[in-house]
Design a protein around this ligand. Structure first.
Ligand code: NAD
Length: 507
């Protein structure tokens, strides 16, 4: 029996041995899921919401215990476990409970004149079994938000949480049990990439993936072979632009938070801080002071915790070391050669960054704040867009017109003016990336409808004997010509249109 060793990254302690889902069990997971779909999909949305309410109550009741599990599994600080992982999950549940019925109700749409006498609607039909594969950085939120949306829309779900944070995976499995979800409606498969790969090969009806670009591409390839629709939420290298007219104090605090929250292991963290040259030195001074005042340990007061995944620490180390070898300057933090064996990396500020460095081009996913000066608006737009990624961006300026103008030119899934990351917290906004940052959108209405087939319904009461465009065609060409020309010409000719229409009706 394969075992996943759940290690606390901050202490190095072994917390639990978690049994991996056997490859042979995966077929049965799908069989159970399809069986459960037959009844779950037939429940009313209100009935499904009833289960979500139970889940919400359990999470609210057990919030403190869940926070401890997240902290021990990820090394993040307790405040961030509760504010950035648990709260967004409950908020998404709350929004879903309040709005799902309305969002998934059949929607009447307009019917054009040439379909006279009919009614048109869009109905939402669940897809079937949804596979959700999630990462380790926000192990609760990034797993449960898509799961909740898929469930309320009438799908059953197989969730594969990250093997890097397996006790959160186990905890989520328990939460669904405590909320009394019927057998087979939500199942959790524990394991790493082999389990993930096997799950994608078993032909789910939809794959919702959050993780790296590298894995996203593998999943998209497997999905393409079976024409399985996907949403891919991938990495980022988000630009953070500070113009000279910005509220400098606010921008500096925002930059420090956006670069170091969750030890920088955020898909939307600020990874390239562009600062207008005239304020560069002053801004650097404030950012350095703010950074050096952060508390980094395992206490409840801590601002920064440890890294979660040893492999990620190595990526950060490699990128920082390479940048320093290529001429970058270390303003604060420790040279990678001096890092100890622990998973804590002191927050780093780097300057003298050039666009050809790996640290400028590749996702770092660590507590690194690289600062780059710019002179003109055009230059900074080009620099910001000079990336394979396009997830989120921030612009700090007191000139709203300029802010909106620059925002329009950034190739990005979201842009936030005078703030950071918050676009993800508003469930009325779509969330997702451009370029290598992903395919598709979720949250809010998008988050529900992606898990449904949008079914077009046309209703005719069936009283008339025939339709205009039905057989026979004999003698109708000239009449249709007149009908369309009278209707679509710049100056609509209603008299000719009606006369021709009635004539065609009588044919
Ligand atoms: P990862 O791609 O290594 O793993 C993600 C998940 O995929 C894990 O559950 C893993 O077990 C599974 N997996 C790995 N190989 C697989 C395969 N061949 N088939 C099926 N499943 C497989 O990513 P990670 O290291 O867990 O997460 C970090 C990455 O996620 C970063 O790049 C980050 O930017 C990105 N991310 C994106 C968002 C977003 O919303 N855009 C949010 C958080 C994290």
């Amino acid at each position: 029996m394969a075992i996943i060793k759940a290690m606390n990254p901050a202490t190095g302690e072994l917390m639990a041995n978690i049994e991996e889902t056997k490859i042979e069990q995966i077929h049965k997971l799908y069989a159970d899921s399809r069986k459960a779909f037959a009844s779950w999909s037939q429940l009313s949305i209100k009935e499904r919401i009833g289960y979500l309410k139970q889940l919400k109550s359990v999470i609210v009741l057990e919030m403190d215990d869940i926070a401890k599990v997240i902290v021990n599994d990820t090394g993040k600080v307790p405040t961030e476990a509760i504010t950035a992982d648990i709260m967004p999950t409950i908020d998404a549940l709350d929004q879903t409970i309040k709005h799902a019925e309305k969002l998934l109700a059949p929607k009447k749409v307009k019917t054009p004149i040439f379909l006279f006498g009919k009614k048109s609607l869009v109905e939402y039909m669940p897809r079937g079994v949804v596979l959700v594969i999630s990462p380790w950085n926000y192990p609760l939120q990034l797993a449960l938000v898509p799961v909740i949306s898929a469930l309320v829309s009438g799908n059953t779900v197989i969730l594969k949480p990250s093997e890097v944070t397996p006790t959160v995976g186990k905890c989520m499995e328990e939460l669904f049990k405590k909320a009394n979800f019927p057998h087979g409606v939500v199942q959790v498969a524990h394991g790493g990439k082999e389990v993930g790969a096997k799950l994608t090969e078993e032909k789910p009806d939809y794959i919702f993936f959050t993780g790296s670009v590298q894995t996203g591409k593998i999943i998209q390839e497997v999905a393409a072979k079976q024409l399985i629709p996907t949403t891919l939420e991938l990495g980022g290298k988000d630009p953070f632009i500070v113009f000279a007219d910005a509220n400098m104090e606010r921008a500096a605090k925002a930059a420090v938070w956006a670069a170091f929250t969750n030890s920088g292991q955020v898909c939307m963290s600020a990874e390239r801080i562009f600062v207008e040259r005239t304020i560069f030195n002053k801004f650097l001074e404030i950012v350095k002071k703010e950074t050096e005042s952060l508390i980094q340990d395992r206490s409840k007061e801590a601002d920064i915790g440890s890294m979660t995944f040893p492999d990620q620490k190595e990526i950060v180390k490699r990128q920082v070391r390479a940048a320093l070898c290529e001429g970058a300057q270390l303003i604060t933090g420790e040279h990678p050669d001096d890092w100890d064996e622990s998973m804590f990396i002191k927050p780093l500020i780097l300057t003298n960054i050039t666009a050809d460095m790996e640290i400028f081009r590749e996702e770092t996913f660590g507590p690194v704040l690289p600062m780059i000066p710019f002179d003109t608006e055009e230059e900074v737009i080009n620099l910001a867009n000079q990336s394979e990624y396009g997830l989120n961006a921030s612009i700090f300026t007191s000139n709203m017109k300029k802010g909106r103008r620059v925002a329009r030119k950034l190739i990005s899934g979201a842009v936030v003016l005078n703030d950071v990351i918050v676009s993800v917290a508003n469930h009325y906004l779509p969330f997702g990336g451009t370029k290598q940052s992903g395919i598709g959108r979720y949250h809010g209405e998008h988050g529900l409808t992606i898990f449904c087939h949008e079914k077009a319904i046309v209703v005719d009461r069936g009283k008339r004997m025939r339709e205009l465009q039905w057989y026979p065609y004999k003698g109708t060409y000239e009449q249709f010509l007149r009908l369309f020309q009278s209707y679509f010409s710049d100056k609509r000719n209603w008299a000719v249109f009606l006369k021709t229409y009635l004539k065609l009706l009588k044919k």
